[in-house]
Structure formats: C-alpha cells, structure tokens
Design a protein around this ligand. Structure first.
Ligand SMILES: Cc1cc2nc3c(=O)[nH]c(=O)nc-3n(C[C@H](O)[C@H](O)[C@H](O)COP(=O)(O)OP(=O)(O)OC[C@H]3O[C@@H](n4cnc5c(N)ncnc54)[C@H](O)[C@@H]3O)c2cc1C
Length: 458
C-alpha cells in the first residue's frame, strides 16, 4: 500500500462549499507540492457562494475574483460536484469513505434573530432573503416584498445593511446595467419607498460598515443621506475609541457621517436616515408590520468593549417594511459537531474537534470555521491555515477505502441527483452572459433549478 499524498496514491480531499473559502482551500492544496485530487461539492448548481449570491449587483469589480476561482478549477485533478447537498444527498460518513479528508467551507447560511416580539410579522424580513432575492438565489427567488409603503427600516449597521439600503435607494437607471435579477429590477421599479432608516444599537464609532460603503450613500442619484448631528455626539469612551491611532476605520466613518450631517436639506425624492443608539424592542402591527418600537441606548464599558444598555426611553417609527441585518450563523450538518452558541463547526486552526480532540480527517474553513466576519480576501489566509493543518496531519490520516470519484458520481446518479460539473457551469455561465447582453447587463442569471438543469441537458 502506498502512502497517501504520493503520485501512486494522491491525497483525496472533498471540499464542501464552493464559496471563496472552498476555492482558496483548493488553491492552497494545489500550491503545496503534494499530489492531490480535489472534488468540490456545492448544494447549488452554480459555484462561488456569496460572491454570486451575496455581493451586491452594483459592485461588479468585487465579483471579478471568480476569474481566480476559474483558474483554480482548471487544475488537473479538480472536479465540481454542483447540486449535491452534503448531509442530504450524501452523508458525511459516506463521503469519508471516498476521501482522506473532508474540508467544510459551507459558510454561514442561517440568520441570527432579533428575539423581539413581532419579528415574524409579514413585512419583517431578513436581509438574507432580500439579498438572495435581488441576486437571483434559487432559495429566495420567489420571495415577495411589499414595496408599496413609503418607509422601510433596516436594523443593523454592517455592510450588508448598507447594501440593502443602497439597493432600496437606487433608481432603475442606477441598477439596470448590473446583474441584478430581472424580477427584482421590475419590482424595485414600482417601489414607493421614500424613507429608509438605517438603525444601529450602538454609536457611530462602533458601526461596522466600511467607509467605502458608507461613502456610496452620499453619491446616489435620487437619495440623500440624512444624519442628525446630535447622533454624532460621543460619550467619553467612544471618543477614546475614535482617537486611538489604529482606529482609522471609525475615523473615516465619522468624517463621512459629519459631512452628511452638515449637508443642507435636500429635495431628493428619497432619504436615507442613518441613526444610532437605538435598539428594536418590538415590531408592531396587526396583519403586517406597521411600526418598530426602538429603545434609546447608552453605551457602557471600556473603550473597544462597549455594549448598548437600554435607557427605558422609547420611540416608535411607523413603517411598512423591516429588514433585519444582525448577523449570520452556520448550519449544522448531520455527522459533524456543531457549536450551537457560535453557529460554527468547533475547531482549532481548522481541525474540527469533538470533546476537545480533533476528529481525524475533518476540517473547516471560512465562515463555518470562524463565524461570519471579514471580506472575501480574509478567507484566503484562513483557508491556508486549515490546509496547513491538514497537510501536517496527512501522514497519520487513514487512507480512505474507496478512491474513485466516478463510483461516487454513479452512487449520486442512482439516488436521482443530477450532478452539475464545471463544464456544465461554464455552459450556464455562457448562457447567462448571452442573456444579459440582450438586456445590456453583464449577465441575466438563471434562478430556478429546472432552468439550470435544462442548460446542462442541452
Ligand atoms: C450579503 C453579503 C454581501 C457581501 N459583500 C461582500 C463584498 O462586497 N466584498 C467582500 O469582500 N465580501 C463581501 N461579503 C463577505 C464574503 O461574501 C464572505 O467573506 C465569503 O463569501 C465567505 O466565504 P465562505 O466560502 O466561507 O462562505 P460562502 O461564500 O457562503 O460559501 C459557502 C458555500 O457552501 C455551500 N453549502 C452550504 N451548505 C452546503 C452543504 N450542506 N453541501 C454542499 N454545499 C453547501 C453554499 O451553497 C455556498 O456556495 C459579503 C457577504 C454577504 C453576506
């Protein structure tokens, strides 16, 4: 028997999830001079995770990272198993029979909850649903958003919240040349939303959006940013945070917010009000959302460790639509330990652990490893760390008994799973681009499984 990781017996790795962390893990494996064969699984029939289904349509440059992923996929010994959900179509234990190591890069697809009354009223949505809808994600394609009221509230102040705010604020003219899904463009064209409140429970210094995203809100065709100068008055601890020489992030944000606050009143048809130190305590309405009750907060604690404490003073904001953008959590997969509290697979440097000890051959990278933080690029060193651990463990990994991906493909076929290959994806990609060209867009995405599979059949 040859040792694994030799040309006679290449290391066999299954990567579960074809978002940035999955592709960066594959890249790290190929860079290590070890013969390796990688099968990359995704539950969707298309690759790239949140680069396709999360990144905003009006940020096309960010999506060009997929060219790097295409180059990784072109490696010899790479295969894409799209439309295969691990834990449903194939169990983790089964997968382990075909691979020496299984590396989970399956992201954080569930939402944190606000845990306030009224959260589930019609008209109260997660940002995930809205983002998935405008990006043509098959899971969210058929969601409906009632855009007929004038006021929308977005709870949360990260970049995703700003994305939602910007998409609601933009005109059709600003969106029509993007790869936004056609059904979303049409619905947004009829939107009557005029006031958008972007509300955070902590202060302007603690807001998580990046200055680049924030600045964009000040340069929209028909929407003006509004900031109350009183909201920018800082308590002593926030002032200390702001003045810390390493806190360039907050300094840039504050200077943009101050510039917004100084702008003269605008007659723009839409307004985006950025508000701080308000935490939602209830979403009210009889049949659907009618208002959100916020409690005014004060900050407590030491600089960089400040938390929001309710002051008891409340205010009610009438609105017809609420988007909750308060973070993501990973989802459990049967056969893999799960940290319910953090919503990640418990791990040490990428080695998945149970009872404090690593489970040989199981690894995690990206959002399912560290939680939903950071930008696309953050996943590159993160995945490299996991691959380093995997390669260190390689000599001790028991070789998997079934070393044949074709046999696995046959098994999936017998189960009625139509595996989408990378060649299939390239055909889908070409058709989407061609469909987009007709409409002056970079691509018109397919949004239903049957349409993806129809292209594959052709
Ligand atoms: C709305 C939004 C906008 C963002 N915009 C930007 C931006 O503009 N710029 C930027 O740098 N970063 C942005 N980010 C952050 C960036 O997208 C993440 O850092 C990155 O996508 C995380 O990579 P990942 O591979 O861990 O997870 P993901 O990208 O989520 O990929 C996970 C993949 O796993 C698959 N999967 C899940 N479960 C299974 C299963 N059981 N079996 C098989 N496959 C499975 C999913 O289908 C998915 O393809 C954004 C994030 C969000 C949420």
């Amino acid at each position: 028997m040859h040792a694994t990781g030799t040309s006679e017996c290449p290391l066999r790795v299954a990567i579960v999830g074809s978002g940035p962390s999955g592709f960066y893990a594959a890249e790290s494996l190929y860079k290590a001079a070890v013969p390796v064969r990688i099968d990359l699984f995704d539950r969707l029939p298309v690759p790239f995770g949140l680069v396709r289904g999360g990144v905003a349509p009006d940020h096309p440059k960010i999506k060009t990272v997929t060219r790097i992923f295409d180059r990784i996929a072109a490696h010899e010994g790479f295969q894409f198993f799209g439309n295969v959900q691990v834990g449903r179509d194939i169990a983790v234990d089964e997968l382990r029979r075909y691979y020496d190591a299984v590396l989970f890069a399956c992201g954080a697809e569930a939402d944190r909850r606000l845990e306030v009354p009224g959260e589930s009223l019609p008209g109260s949505h997660t940002a995930t649903e809205f983002v998935g809808w405008y990006n043509g994600h098959p899971d969210y394609r058929d969601r409906e958003f009632d855009l007929s009221s004038e006021v929308a509230v977005i709870v949360g102040q990260g970049n995703v919240a700003v994305d939602v705010c910007r998409i609601l604020s933009k005109t059709v003219n600003e969106l029509k040349d993007t790869d936004i899904a056609q059904h979303a463009l049409e619905a947004l064209a009829a939107s009557r939303i005029r006031r958008i409140h972007l509300v955070g429970r902590r202060g302007p210094v603690q807001a998580r959006f990046t200055s680049q995203e924030l600045r964009e809100l000040g340069a929209l065709e028909a929407c003006a940013p509004v900031v109350d100068p009183a909201d920018l008055e800082l308590d002593a601890a926030s002032q200390a945070e702001l003045e810390h020489p390493d806190n360039k992030h907050s300094q840039k944000n504050l200077s943009i917010l101050r510039e917004f606050a100084e702008r003269p009143p605008s007659d723009a048809p839409k307004q985006c009000r950025i508000r701080f130190l308000r935490g939602p305590v209830e979403i009210r309405g009889t049949a659907r959302v009618e208002s959100v009750v916020f409690e005014r907060n004060a900050l407590e604690g030491e600089p960089f460790h400040l938390w929001a404490r309710g002051t008891g003073e409340t205010e009610t904001l009438a609105c017809g639509l609420v988007f909750r953008s308060v973070g993501y959590r990973g989802m459990a997969i049967p056969g893999v330990p799960f940290d319910e509290k953090r919503g990640v697979f418990p791990n040490v440097q990428g080695r998945i652990i149970e009872g404090g000890s690593p489970i040989p051959g199981l690894y995690a990278a990206g959002w399912i490893k560290r939680g939903p933080s950071g930008i696309i690029g953050t996943n590159k060193p993160d995945s490299a760390e996991t691959v380093k651990a995997l390669l260190e463990d390689m000599p001790a990994l028991p070789p998997c008994p079934r070393r044949d991906s074709l046999e696995l493909a046959r098994l999936l076929h017998e189960r009625g799973v139509r595996v989408v290959t990378y060649a299939d994806w390239q055909a889908i990609d070409a058709e989407e681009i061609a469909r987009g060209q007709q409409a002056g867009k970079p691509r018109e995405k397919f949004t239903r499984l049957e349409d993806f599979l129809e292209v594959c059949r052709r």
